[in-house]
Structures are given as structure tokens and as C-alpha cells.
Write a protein that binds this ligand. Sequence first.
Ligand code: ACO
Length: 326
Amino acid sequence: MGVAIIGTGSYLPYLKLTNFDLENMVDTSDEWIVTRTGIKERRICPKGKGASDLGLEASLMAIKDAGIKKDEIEFIICATITPDMYFPSTACIIQKKLGLENIPSFDFQAACSGFIYGMEIAKGLISGCGYKKGLVVATECMSRLTDYTDRSTCVLLGDGAGAAVVSENEENGIIDSYLSSNGKYENLLFTPGGVSLKPSSFETIEKRENFMKMEGSTLFKIAIYSMSESVNKVLERNKIKKEDISIVIPHQANLRIIAGVAKNLEIPIEKFFINIEKYGNMSAACIPIALDEAVKNGRIKKGDLVITVAFGAGLTWAANLIRWVK
Ligand code: ACO
């Protein structure tokens, strides 16, 4: 028996924040944002809703797409750096909202690489621990970590959720994953305040330390290198030629990063699925949302070889090699 994705779903909140809206908030322009990042607009989770609400909608769609009953789900794992609250886990809250009980549910985080790490965790639970079907959800409300007075970060981020049902399957679909990280880069992308090291205080709020901080240009170079390396590793390990790849689903951080990876790998940019213009960077949710859109609009078909690849805070970086079995 192998392990494969048998259903996907995604959900984007309806509120849009366009580049023109941002022009009224910080010293920026639509022209700068589009030429430097490729982003035109992003979605924002409404007040009073959180990551579990977006994750629930994506999960329901993935379960429907898989053609299974929700009580066939035997575990829920959730990749998020913007959980509803510190605890309980967003996975447990999604479980409750799905009306499920007494199955393992937990959050994990590898920032933007979260969904790719999640594929490997789900594969391990199914092939090594006897579970048959599980839900991998990646849901992010990045707007909650965004400093809307900082033009260097606020133009990049958005909210959304994606999910996949992973199942034991005669044909193996999750062929291989390359996962890596290097904590020496922790200060390139981080939120300094608000948790155990520096709990929220008047000082952390005043210094805006509860928001994401980023060294954009250093990250830019590491992103291109690490994403290219991740793709090369899974291809080499599995003796797959670049020509045999049907589609690459890259993390949507910056269109110029995606173009740099395509150039490095000598894979035509047309093979990369790009939706960054609509949503910006939604951290772990980018990959499953792009995957779902690529399947639904016919870019991925049964038998296709799919590569997912991402980098994110940690820094983490990772790639999956997937055979589409549906
Ligand atoms: N509007 C107008 N000007 C801006 C803006 C803006 N929104 N942001 C920065 N600038 C200015 C800078 O101040 C700088 O001006 P200066 O030359 O007068 O100092 C100039 O534009 C160039 O700035 P750079 O930082 O060199 O611009 P760059 O071309 O590197 O683009 C960007 C910046 C888009 C952030 C890019 O470096 C990038 O995408 N980096 C990777 C970011 C990333 O992927 N992060 C992960 C994020 S989230 C997560 O993982 C959870």
C-alpha cells in the first residue's frame, strides 16, 4: 500500500486589500508592489474569525473532494504560525467544528514550509502507525502578525487556508519529501514579542514587537538557493528528469523569487503555478491553495508528477515529489 492525496480544498476570505488600499496606508505604490513582488491584492480574515474558521472551510471542501464521509478522518494535523490561540491547538478546534471526536489532532509549524512538512508527517502516520485517512490543513491569518505601518512587510502578506485528505492508496502518491532547516537564520524572519521569551507587555506593543520582522533582501537570496536545492534533492534522489515534471507548485512569496528558482533549475517558468497576484504570501497556506486551484482548473491531471517547494521562517525549506493519483 502507498500513501496519496485523494482530495483537496481551499478557502479565501472575501475581504480584499488591494495595492491601492495600501497606498492610502503607507508610503508605497501599486507600481512598486507589482514590479518588486508580483502582488496585486490579498485577502483578509474578518474580525471575530480566526485560522480555524478558514481551515474548517478548506477541510470541508477537501473531504467533499475526496468523496469520503468526514468520520473516515482518523487524524487532523494543522500547519499554522497564526493559531486561533496558544492553546488548544487549531487542529482540535477544527476537529470540534467538523463534529469529530476522539481522534489525534495537533498543530505543528515549519512556517511557510508547513504543508510540505505535513505531507511527510501524514505519510508517516499512515504508513508507520496504522491510520488510513487523515486531514492535513494549513491555515494562516498573516494579517494578524502584520505591521500595517511597515511598508517593507505589509504589502506581502495575506490570509487563507488549504487542506488535503491523505489516504492509504494502492498507488503511491507521496513519493518523497526533502525537509531541511537552519536555525542560525532565526533572526531573518521572526516575531520578537508576544510569547514566552518576551510576553506581551506595554513595551512589546509600543515597540511593535508582536509583529513580523524581516530582512527582505537577505531572505530573497537564501529563498532562491534553498528552494532550488530542495527541488534538485528530490529529483536526484528519485532519478527523475526535470522534463518529467508536469508542474511545480512553489511558495508564493515573491514572483521574482519564483522566476529566480525557475532560472536556476532551468525549468520553464510556464511549468510553475502562480497565483501570487491574487493572494500574496499566506505562509503555509500558499502551497495547498495553489495545489487545489491547479487541480480544479485542470493544470494537474491523473498521473502527473508534481513538485511542491517552499522556504520560510526558521529558516525551513522543503519539497515534495507527488504523483497525482485521482
Ligand atoms: N513600497 C515602496 N518602496 C519600498 C517598499 C514598498 N512597499 N518596501 C521597501 N521599499 C523601498 C526600500 O525602503 C528601499 O528603499 P531605499 O533604497 O531608499 O532604501 C527600496 O525599496 C529597495 O528595497 P529592498 O528591500 O532592496 O527591495 P527588494 O527589491 O529586495 O524587495 C522585498 C523587497 C519585496 C521584501 C524582497 O526583498 C523580498 O521579497 N524578500 C523575500 C521576502 C520573503 O519572502 N519573506 C518571507 C515572508 S513571510 C513568511 O515567511 C511568514
